[in-house]
Design a protein around this ligand. Structure first.
Ligand SMILES: [Fe+2]
Ligand SMILES: [Fe+2]
Length: 409
């Protein structure tokens, strides 16, 4: 049997490991709390996170409740609980003062103490809270961002007090968790800043682009569909969905007379039109941001052809970045299948024959096969965002809040 020291040492290592492995916030907090409970042998535990002037319940684990009511119901008991950050309640006091509380017996809290034990849960769910260890989660800026609360330490079937050693380890766990949560919040902020740029550049492009917003939406959804069928991660799929929307951002730099010319472009005008890839590349270069870097690559390479006859670089085959090859197919497919001011939509027959002919010429043959294998889903996208429907979600008609809530979900 492992001695106590090595069990505790294992626990400490576990804490380090769980902080290293990035998962979604809820899973992360779930692990933090179960480690905290296992280390201190606590029957129950709760994590609150600061939410404005309140602390809001994020997670609860209570063995007695789980045994009695089942995991799902036990979880629901505490849902939507919010406590003011003030000295009156125990968790509120800890959040307010940033000081830990180690209470031997909640029923013996001194009368003159600023905080009181709230008996509501015990009375309504037949539980007896006795000992409590309540630890603030403090970030590097010395702000309290949450509270870890542990209930009823157990020793040989009896409820005992939390020890000095428990205090030390839970304090360590709380500060490490606070750093990790801050880190995650920062990543979310960076992601939102990227989205914000995409959203705003998207609006600019929308004002300038002769092609409809629906074209951009359909094209980006075809890109995402292909990425999905290539079994890319959700993050990557979402990235191409957003980044591909800026594929023609470089048209901002093309003179109106050429961009808006209703007739066919002459050779010189065509050469100027081709510049939009280089202009797009320039607009999006050196951002140092993942999402915009993807957008830059797409803007630069969405007119390259698989056989090397495309522009601006004349790249060939796999030398064209995969997102560029995906964008080329999606962009051209939408041009074939929708009405433009200079042409009607092609028939399905004609489109299929072009796709077959251009396999290995304009397009990556593997992507064409994948696209055709999933033509039903392609058609669903075409139908959902068709031009005769009201423009679905013209960027300039929706706020950034709506935009981000749509894509962040
Ligand atoms: Fe283009
Ligand atoms: Fe396009």
């Amino acid at each position: 049997m492992k001695d106590l020291f090595s069990k505790k040492f294992d626990n400490l290592l576990n804490i380090g490991m769980l902080l290293l492995h990035s998962e979604d916030l809820e899973t992360f907090l779930e692990k933090v709390l179960s480690e905290a409970r296992s280390f201190t042998n606590a029957d129950g535990g709760t994590i609150y996170l600061v939410d404005g002037d309140k602390i809001s319940f994020k997670l609860n684990q209570c063995q007695t409740f789980i045994d009695r009511f089942g995991k799902e119901y036990a979880k629901k008991i505490f849902e939507n609980v919010k406590i003011p950050i003030s000295k009156e309640s125990i968790a509120g006091y800890v959040a307010y003062t940033g000081k830990m509380l180690n209470i031997k017996d909640v029923r013996k809290i001194r009368k003159n103490s600023p905080y009181k034990f709230n008996t509501y849960w015990d009375e309504n769910y037949g539980y007896t809270t006795k000992s409590m260890l309540v630890m603030p989660m403090i970030n590097q800026k010395k702000e309290v961002i949450g509270v870890i609360q542990l209930l009823n330490a157990n020793k040989s079937g009896k409820v005992v007090s939390f020890t000095k050693e428990d205090e030390k380890i839970i304090s360590y766990l709380a500060s490490q968790s606070a750093a990790e949560i801050e880190n995650r919040n920062l990543n979310v902020k960076i992601y939102r800043a990227n989205l914000n740029t995409i959203y705003r550049l998207g609006i600019v492009a929308e004002y300038r682009n002769k092609e409809t917003t629906n074209h951009i939406i359909r094209m980006s959804h075809y890109c995402a569909l292909i990425a999905q069928k290539l079994a890319w991660s959700d993050k990557k799929v979402n990235e191409i969905l957003l980044a591909s929307r800026l594929h023609d951002i470089g048209k901002l730099g093309i003179p109106d007379a050429i961009l808006e010319k209703p007739d066919k472009h002459n050779h010189k005008e065509e050469e100027i039109m081709k510049q939009h890839c280089l202009i797009g590349e320039k607009i999006l270069s050196d951002t140092g941001l993942d999402l915009l870097e993807q957008a830059r690559i797409i803007a630069y390479t969405h007119h390259e052809k698989y056989d090397g006859t495309g522009y601006p670089q004349g790249l060939k085959g796999e030398n064209i970045p995969i997102i560029g090859r995906i964008a080329k197919l999606s962009d051209d497919y939408d041009a074939y299948s929708s009405k433009r001011c200079y042409k009607e939509a092609y028939s399905e027959e004609k489109i299929l024959s072009i796709l077959h002919d251009e396999k290995g010429k304009s397009f990556d043959p593997k992507l064409v096969d994948l696209f055709l294998d999933n033509i039903n889903e392609v058609n669903q996208i075409k139908e959902k965002y068709s031009d005769d429907k009201v423009e679905f979600d013209k960027l300039s008609n929706i706020s950034f809040l709506e935009f981000s809530s749509k894509v962040l979900l």
